[in-house]
Ligand binder design. Sequence first.
Ligand code: SF4
Length: 413
Amino acid sequence: MRSFATLAIWSNERIRSKLDWYYKVSNNVLPAKYLICRRIAAPDDVWDMQEDELWRLHERLSAEFDQLRGMVRMGRRDLGEEVRPNFLSVKVALTKKILSHCYFCRWYCRVDRVAGKKLGACQLGEQSRVSSYFHHTGEELPIRGTLGSGTIFFTSCNMRCAFCQNSDISHDKDNGTVFTPRMLAWAAWLLRMEGCHNVNFVGGEPTIHLHNIVEAISLLRNFNEFMSNALIAKADYLPYPMNPRYSDYRGEFNVPILWNSNMFMSREALLILRELVDIWLPDFKFGNNRCALWLSRTPWYLETVSTNHRTIYEWGEDIIIRHLVMPGHMECCTKPVLRWISENMPDTPVNVMDQYHPDAYCNPNDPRYDSRYGDMARYPTRDEIYAAYKYAKELGLNFDDITFEKSLRRVTL
Ligand code: SF4
């Protein structure tokens, strides 16, 4: 088997140049962002600070982070020694404060998830549940590589897509097992030690679990214990041999953090994630708010998701955008989304996905089927899929190498 680093896709400059940071972190040539955060000192009283003080501190440390990351990236200096408390402590403290009047996502529910008496749109309190975690071999080639993407599936979501392809976990907040941040960190460590090329936080939606994930990232290190309670959700058929070489960056545990998200997050959540996420894998589903409201019961979709995408692009982050072609949504969704990407995020790798299938409320064979979604109760036609490819090609999008790699088929457009 070829190694991850020598996969043919990396010789494609349009992909390689856009995913340079991720490629190098995954191959342990560079440290993940969380390791850089550990070198940015925070004041000793960080745990006693008020929320507005923490935000001001976060802004200052973010600038320090950029400086250090730039130098490490160019090879001008080593990481240096870890300090405590550090930038990760600030992020952990902030997310804990936010949780008591939650504004992790665009709903801005402001509910106290610690008290848990009133719940927001995600229906979650303080705890996170994991449905399963495993080596995902179905993601895009740069993500799944040769040994898979270390995917951790969280339950519940902040959108309610009637056609959700993962509705068993996204529509069921009680699915799975309660995972503490320490269990999450252990699961991520195990996946990486078994050769996964990244830790892929997904759901449902990971953003609604931000406090637990941020704390888990702060705990990411080499473990020398066995957590049987965390092993319960591991869903790999085959055992994967562990090898410390997979994760070693100059003696430290290293793994790129991947955020696999619907991007319906708040600006504040995005700011917290900026210095943690090494590669973004966002969905861009709808080209207008009417479809988002009808199919996902989500208001403010277009302005929220487009602004978040553009912000990431302006930050110069590594990103692959996913757009799922839905039946009958070429003019209202696929074309406007692809056009927006070409105008606002040119050259960004895009996966134009053909795997829509009627699911959940759109599946006539499902007890939840709702005939009002009858238009969505079919697969996209071959003509619709080809029309999407053709339009992406006309726009000059960087989509074909990511979209077509799985079947090795090239569509003549
Ligand atoms: S994560 Fe979003 S949906 Fe859930 S309570 Fe917070 S703001 Fe509301």
